[in-house]
Design a protein. Structure first.
Length: 87
């Protein structure tokens, strides 16, 4: 596998509910900057694990909101083009 596709343990800034934490977090694997894999092998999830999941869910929500915004802009532009071509 190419090394650049799967950087190990990349450090990122942590953002949660509008706050940015300087210490960041370390993901186990990030694939092409898109897919984040966090591997756990514990018998019981601790509070810190739950906070990690909430952080990931916030990031996913941000990505989905961005995709929806871009989708709406694209559809708006397509409607404008369609209206202009009907004249």
């Amino acid at each position: 596998m190419p090394q650049h596709l799967f950087p190990q343990d990349p450090e990122k800034n942590l953002r949660f509910r509008g706050k940015t934490f300087d210490e960041g977090f370390r993901a186990d694997i990030v694939v092409e900057g898109i897919v984040l894999l966090e591997l756990k092998s514990v018998e019981v999830l601790a509070r810190v694990h739950r906070k990690q999941v909430l952080t990931y869910l916030q990031r996913i929500a941000d990505i989905i909101a961005h995709i929806m915004t871009e989708r709406n802009l694209l559809f708006s532009k397509l409607r404008t083009i369609a209206e202009l071509t009907q004249i």
